[in-house]
Design a protein around this ligand. Structure first.
Ligand code: NAP
Length: 246
């Protein structure tokens, strides 16, 4: 059984999830680094966690596959006995104009971003409820609050996470489990790296602070929401967007 704090972060092989993993490792946590296909990257993150004073362990599963999620969470319970913090960070973006959007792209986006958060939270909450403590942090998006042309499925999935967060916060509060959502604006990761220059320029014009955010900045907020100092914060949607939406 692991004595130190155990943190499960979905989609932690790259981008925001990777930074969140490193931030928890700095606090000495044991970080379960979930990935979908990129095992080598997840292994690199685990090695970086060890250098920062924590420890890391790659764990591959598709958050959108209910049975895979149940098996993985069961294995964590057997090996570590607890999960103190869950960060539902794994996400994908399939973009396109609404009227031309395919059923498959719609279902895939919702399947990872929204169903995935439901599956993982449901299994992890059972462990936290028994322990009578825990923090769940859901990575939504500013786009779930304000919408974005060309991102109907992504926006709907991220708005759905806000409803899920508020409901879980109410259901789990009696067991001392906090549930919050973070809504990042545009953050420098692979997800935004593929945007063309013109789109990036348009984004920058709408951000009062005049720059994209850094994954570490989202990680600091995530770590705070999981800390003892944040035990009275639950059911909240906290923006980190450079003023893009306020
Ligand atoms: P990213 O760089 O594209 O990384 C996505 C991560 O999710 C990777 O670790 C990937 O694993 C994992 N993943 C994808 N599908 C998965 C699945 N089915 N099961 C398990 N893991 C899966 O993304 P990011 O920009 O860091 O975004 C992280 C989260 O923040 C997402 O939920 C995103 O919607 C949200 N967000 C991002 C921004 C932004 O501007 N970047 C803004 C608002 C919200 P592999 O490496 O194995 O593929």
């Amino acid at each position: 059984m692991t004595e130190k704090s155990v943190v499960l972060i979905t989609g932690a092989s790259r981008g925001i999830g990777r930074s969140v993993a490193l931030e928890f490792a700095k606090q000495g946590a044991h970080v379960l680094i979930n990935f979908s296909s990129n095992e080598a990257k997840a292994q690199e993150v685990a090695e970086e966690c060890a250098k920062l004073g924590g420890s890391g362990e790659p764990i591959g599963f598709n958050v959108g596959a209910s049975e895979e999620v149940s098996a993985a969470v069961q294995a964590i319970k057997t090996n570590h006995g607890k999960i103190d913090t869950l960060v539902n960070n794994a996400g994908i973006s399939r973009d396109g104009l609404f009227v031309r959007f395919s059923d498959e792209d719609w279902k895939t986006t919702l399947g990872v971003n929204l169903d995935g958060t439901f599956y993982v939270s449901r299994e992890v909450a059972k462990i936290m409820m028994k322990a009578r403590k825990g923090s769940i942090i859901n990575m939504s998006s500013v786009v779930g609050e304000m919408g974005n042309a060309g991102q109907a499925a992504y926006s709907a999935s991220k708005a759905g996470l806000i409803g899920l967060t508020k409901t879980l916060a109410r259901e789990l509060a009696a067991r001392n489990i906090t549930v919050n959502a973070i809504t990042p604006g545009f953050i420098e990761t692979d997800m935004t790296g593929s945007l063309d220059e013109k789109v990036r320029e348009e984004h920058l014009n709408g951000i009062p602070l005049g720059r994209y955010g850094k994954p570490e900045e989202v990680a600091y907020l995530t770590r705070f929401l999981a800390s003892d100092e944040a035990r009275y914060i639950t059911g909240q949607v906290i923006g980190i967007n450079g003023g893009l939406y306020c």
